[in-house]
Design a protein around this ligand. Structure first.
Ligand code: HXC
Length: 265
């Protein structure tokens, strides 16, 4: 994993802060974990697979020393609640919750069973609710942040993505409602909506693993390229920092203009 170098954000921006990152064992979320550790945070990453979580923790430790890897499925409220309590015991109250756990596969609606639809909605939307709900009492407020990872699919109807589009649209509305409810407590609640991200499982799944389809996809983006985990982590670091203190209830596209162009470019 690499981080943005040089960064425009100052060193030690998250010194003394504790971050809990669901799905933090790979992709965008692992990039955020590494960047947060580099910025001085104590970082807890949560994934489903213990070996993968340990490997990811080793990666994050290259950027900062205080890293905890825990396992739970975000669909399992009790397990997630227990993981959050473990994180609080070891790292103290949570300053930043990143909701990154997600599931996806490309399939037309008629190729998705009720259970397939439910699996994606439960990981993306119910999982985000579960983490927010379980973490709230442990958030060090005011000044705490909840930041969810949505996707272009949350606002742009996308072929073969009915499950993910529905789930991410839900994540975006959940973000706005929690911003209303938790703003008075000083907890900021926001989301980012990335488009395609290089070197991620999502990119591999949605491009079918083919270089040609990946290149064709990038051509539909007004900036003519996809983003990187390092570039997204930088945006997330800004959003949870005091520099973004008045950004609240926002879903911020980080997609090179993909959503405004739709898929018609
Ligand atoms: C049709 C499929 C399918 C496919 C799985 N299913 N893959 N249906 N086409 N390609 C169906 C199964 O047949 C089953 O339905 C149901 O989905 C649940 O599958 P399980 O494997 O039992 O579920 P589970 O173990 O919970 O796995 C969830 C998963 C899996 C989403 C299906 O792929 C997963 O765990 N993914 C996590 C990693 C991941 O997806 N990373 C990429 C995230 S990308 P039946 O009826 O047979 O029981 C991302 C960013 C992209 O989110 C941006 C867009 C939002």
């Amino acid at each position: 994993m690499t981080t943005s170098n040089p960064s425009v954000l100052r060193d030690g921006l998250l010194a003394g802060k504790s971050a809990f990152i669901t799905g933090g064992t790979s992709g965008i979320n692992l990039g955020i974990a590494c960047r947060f550790a580099q910025a001085g945070a104590r970082v807890t990453i949560l994934g489903r697979n213990p070996e993968k979580a340990q490997r990811a923790a080793d990666e994050v430790r290259k950027f900062g020393p205080d890293v905890l890897a825990l396992t739970a499925d975000v669909r399992d409220y009790a397990a997630l609640d227990a993981a959050i309590r473990t994180s609080v015991e070891k790292h103290g109250p949570i300053d930043i919750l990143i909701n990154g756990a997600a599931g996806n596969f490309p399939a037309p609606a008629v190729g998705i069973s009720a259970n397939g639809f439910k699996a994606v909605v439960d990981i993306d939307l119910l999982g985000t609710f579960n983490a927010c709900r379980a973490a709230f009492e442990h958030l060090r407020k005011p000044g705490a942040n909840v930041l969810s990872i949505s996707a272009t699919q949350g606002s742009v109807p996308t072929l073969a993505q009915v499950h993910a589009c529905s789930a991410k649209a839900g994540v975006e509305m959940l973000t706005r409602v929690l911003a209303l409810e938790w703003g008075p407590a000083g907890v900021r609640v926001n989301a980012i909506a990335p488009g395609g991200v290089e070197d991620t499982e999502g990119m591999r799944r949605l491009s079918g693993g083919s270089e040609e389809s990946r290149k064709k996809g990038a051509e539909t983006v007004p900036l003519k390229r996809f983003t990187t985990c390092a570039e997204l982590a930088e945006v997330v670091l800004f959003l949870v920092s005091p520099a973004a203190a008045y950004i609240h209830g926002a879903v911020i596209p980080v997609d090179g203009g993909h959503a405004i162009a739709g898929f018609g470019t």
